[in-house]
Ligand binder design. Sequence first.
Ligand code: GMT
Length: 386
Amino acid sequence: MKIGIVCYPTYGGSGALAAELGKELAKRGNCVHFISYGLPFRINRNIKNVFFHEVEVMNYPLFRYPPYTLSLSVKISEIFEEQNLDILHVHYAMPHATSAYLAKRISCNTKNKELKFITTLHGTDITLVGNHHSFFKITKFSIESSNGITAVSNYLKDLTITTFDIKEDRIKVIYNFVDTEVFKKDFNKSDYQRKEVINKLIGNKFLEKKDKVISHISNFRPVKNVQNIIKAFSKISKAISAKCLLVGDGPEISLCKELCKKLGVEKKVIFLGILEDIKPVLNASDLYLLPSKSESFGLSALEALSFSIPVIGTKVGGLKEVVFNGKCGYLINPDNFNEIAEKSLEILADENKYLNMAQNARDRALAFDCNIIIPEYINYYKTILI
Ligand code: GMT
């Protein structure tokens, strides 16, 4: 198949998922055309069957806000016609589903083939952005105009139905996935050798042999609740020898750095910024924290589970469909950083419990392996194309 993928190229779950999906589809012999304003962050230019088409955004003194949605619509319709795409898959409703709808209408007039598009709802496009009154009607319209709709969890499907009054049978749940053969702890290396890879990256001996390593990866938006990770870590590091690796960048990063200083943990927490490859971080980690205020699935938690890392995540949203409470980690109230600290210590201080949870984590991730989930997408494309 020739498949167009529209996504945000920046650091975030929907872009990561779209990039991984494109690579998996390409591996299976499909031609994948990414359309975005930048190269998606997990894609490089030398992948077989993967192409990238940049959307040029024109600026003009009259425009206070350049109309990206329109430029994207035109680019989609051009690529659809030039490449003879079979299907378009847009990730994140806002404004991608709207642009896809416009492209479909544009191409109806110029080509005899109809552009069919699928919209995947990822989370904040429903929970925070798309439901804002200034976007509500266009989000509902664009979702309903899609030929197919997928949601990344049952939680998100139900929320979309109640928020936008979408018919239940129009939304298919297809979970996030992970390549468990690639996202896998390297047990051929010792704990310390895995830490040394991070020390090399940083350029000093930040991680010591005795340290327990706690990590978190995100775009540091308020919804990610990173400040509660730091508050919890401050308590954990008083009880055991521990270090914290924070990956990513975003609006709350300065606040988080200040908080580290205020709590006196600035030498034990390192901000690694945006990393192309997060695998070395997960390879060196003992525990992963994701206490978001809302999380529709939690792709980064799944990637951690795949590295046999227990996860402490939020009770709120779809993470409970991924992390089984008490088995491969714990689900907590995101406002309660004391609980994050208590549960972290409970897991890290008891070796038998830790090993059991680490094994359960890996087993849980196997249920979301790409070889299980990618065929679900391919079959869905086929049903939409009938
Ligand atoms: O907030 C983010 O992490 C970014 C966001 C996005 O849309 O880029 O991620 C969402 O999509 C991921 C992939 O489907 C999900 O695993 C995340 O749970 C979801 N984030 C939220 O719901 C906050």
